[in-house]
Design a protein around this ligand. Structure first.
Ligand SMILES: *Cc1c(COP(=O)(O)O)cnc(C)c1O
Length: 389
């Protein structure tokens, strides 16, 4: 079959004008040539290779518990219902948008539901960025965002501070120029955990009116802090949220953004109203129906952070808590420790590739029971490597 197709194309070429016959295949866009593809971690594969083992996937900050029983029930009910998977999902996730009104405190014209919050970040980049415009992000940051910005040919200004965990608003404002188009603030920041108060973000929004202030709140539920209140006041503020972290739906890909209608209207130009699958929409609505389940989990993650911190303290291990669900650990021979942990079925994220975070890895925490077992395995690895006694 394939051979026939090739032959046919070759025959067609013979009749093409000579100028259309190219020696080389299509070349990719110039600014895409500068981009290295995102390097995903392979822990899921490792987990599947050893099905008999209890694994702790703590490398991508996902929730460590399954979705609430109500969510699973809602998904089953949908699958058994009259409208099946052969039908496109509800356009614009309109039912969910209505449900999100009360959750975020704005009418649904302020809300766009996206295929994961990654998709919201991409939509904002595609809508606002011209080639060579500048995007400022306190650095280290969530690196996937940089890819979206670069895909538009924008220049990413990686802003670093001498005080890694305490960058100031003034440092950010000092970097703003007339060609700054987006200021990307992850709040709390991944991986440093630094968290700005809404008043600080308001200061940036007020002084950089020509720029989009994009506040990535993937971990806001854990931190209990949000810039969503600024949306009403500033037409250049947009907040992105995720159902992947506190709400445990990473596998379904759903998130949303909140901004004034002046901005959501512009974002709708490139928005694909059927990009969010129906199962994700159904599940997200069920999450909103069962928030106490998630609040209990968030509270327990807080206790796990304290437990883990106390244990690190007792062993002289460098530990930094964050307001999100993850913590940072600094340890000698970090690569060996990370590999040793994987061997024990504990997957963490080596962040020592950031020069600002030498010998550092990140891990997210879950329930107290899970954390107790993680500590046990961590201790085993450190003893084996003779890092602790
Ligand atoms: C995990 C993460 C995301 C991705 O969220 P999705 O909703 O799963 O796309 C976005 N931003 C930050 C900072 C994250 O850590």
């Amino acid at each position: 079959m394939a051979g026939n197709v090739v032959k046919k194309i070759q025959r067609d070429n013979e009749s093409l004008p000579i100028s259309l016959v190219q020696e080389q295949g299509p070349s990719i866009a110039e600014h895409v040539k500068q981009i290295e593809s995102y390097d995903p971690v392979s822990s899921l594969t490792k987990m599947l290779e050893r099905p008999e083992m209890e694994h702790f996937k703590l490398d991508w900050n996902e929730a460590t518990i399954p979705p609430s029983p109500k969510v699973r029930h809602a998904i089953h009910q949908y699958l058994d219902g009259q409208i099946g998977l052969n039908i496109y999902p509800m356009l614009f996730s309109n039912d969910l948008r209505l449900r999100l009104q009360a959750h975020v405190g704005y009418p649904s014209d302020h809300i766009i539901v996206t295929n994961g919050s990654d998709d919201a970040l991409d939509l904002i980049c595609r809508t606002y960025l011209n080639p060579d415009e500048k995007v400022i992000c306190p650095y280290p940051t969530y690196t996937h965002f940089i890819l979206h910005a670069r895909s538009r040919g924008a220049q990413v200004v990686k802003l670093t501070s001498d005080d890694l965990f305490n960058m100031t608003i003034d440092e950010i404002l000092a970097a703003v120029t007339p060609d700054t188009k987006i200021i990307y603030l992850v709040n709390p920041n991944n991986p440093t955990g630094q968290t700005f108060e809404p008043e600080d973000i308001a200061k940036i929004a007020r002084q950089a009116r020509h720029a989009v202030v994009l506040v990535d709140e993937a971990y806001a539920e854990f931190a209990g802090i949000s810039a969503v209140s600024l949306v009403g006041e500033f037409e250049n503020v947009v907040v992105s949220r995720s159902f992947s972290k506190a709400y445990g739906l990473a596998g379904l890909r759903i998130g949303y953004l909140v901004a004034q209608p002046a901005m959501t209207k512009e974002l709708m130009r490139l928005y694909n109203p059927k990009s969010v699958n129906q199962i994700a929409q159904v599940a997200a609505m069920a999450v909103l129906d069962d928030l106490p389940y998630y609040e209990r989990y968030i509270e327990e993650v807080g206790k796990s952070k304290a437990l883990f911190g106390r244990w690190c303290g007792s062993r002289g291990i460098h530990f930094r808590a964050t307001p999100a669900n993850f913590v940072l650990i600094q340890v000698e021979r970090v690569k060996e420790v990370v590999a040793g942990l994987a061997e024990e079925g504990v997957y963490v994220r080596d962040r020592s590739g950031f020069t600002q975070l030498p010998n550092t890895f990140r891990l997210n925490l879950g329930t107290l029971e899970q954390t107790t077992e993680v500590i046990r395995r961590f201790e085993r690895v450190l003893k084996r490597l003779e890092i602790i006694e």
